[in-house]
Design a protein. Structure first.
Length: 234
């Protein structure tokens, strides 16, 4: 069964123009067909098509299912890559793996100063539907790293991936299962010494993602996967 996205199907029983066009024009859906809708907030809806209008397809709700609340939370703060395709790849793949929140941080060595969130939102929605995840990843606007650091006070674990010294503990050894985890991923040139000192003074712990030096987007995905493995089966 195909999945579609609608942020509030109980209040508005009409799909967006984009979702309607795909459903009606591409898949040739007709009256009476059943589809599944995800609201990105933990619910899945089985609905029946009432009017297969390619601009505003209407439906009625047949059944509602709620997902179990996750016992852990993963927030990745990452410096945007110069190549937008690489950033979009990271968002798509990490959302498929269930990351809860992505923040974009501007560091001293950041290669990109502006990011269009609408493209990343589309990737997040597409990944949510593809993976049949009941929860949509929250994506935050680009923020200077010092501002971002000062705002983060509600996490059980705060980490920054760092490759300069080679003496940091592996991330998987520092995470406790069933906890909220924030992991910062720097740009290709890594965090500056000034930023590292600021992170330390704000109770961020420096960690390693392994022996290999990873590209920014690869490091971000590796961090998400590591948190998932620690919590596997819980």
């Amino acid at each position: 069964m195909n999945f579609y996205y609608h942020p509030n199907p109980e209040e508005n029983t009409t799909l967006s123009q984009e979702e309607s066009a795909h459903l009606v024009k591409v898949l040739r859906a007709k009256t009476g067909d059943e589809i599944a809708i995800l609201d990105g907030l933990g619910k899945s809806y089985l609905v029946k098509i009432i009017d297969p209008n390619l601009r505003k397809c209407s439906f009625e709700i047949i059944d509602i299912k709620s997902a179990k609340t996750k016992k852990y939370r993963t927030h990745i703060a990452i410096a945007p890559t110069k190549n937008m395709d690489r950033l979009e790849w990271f968002v798509e793949k990490s959302c498929e793996m269930g990351v809860d929140e992505i923040s974009l941080i501007q560091t001293q060595r950041s290669e990109r100063k502006k990011v269009k969130l609408d493209r990343l939102e589309k990737k997040a929605i597409s990944a949510m539907k593809q993976s049949k995840n009941f929860w949509k990843c929250k994506i935050n606007e680009l923020t200077k790293i010092d501002t971002f650091i000062s705002d983060q006070v509600d996490f059980e674990h705060k980490f920054a991936a760092y490759v300069e010294t080679g003496h940091e503990d592996l991330l998987q050894k520092k995470i406790n299962p069933n906890s909220s985890v924030l992991i910062l991923i720097g740009p290709e040139g890594d965090f500056s010494l000034e930023e590292i000192n600021q992170l330390k003074s704000s109770n961020f712990e420096l960690v390693s993602l392994g022996d290999q030096v990873l590209r920014t987007e690869t490091a971000g995905l590796a961090a998400v996967h590591t948190v998932n493995l620690v919590n596997q089966g819980l």
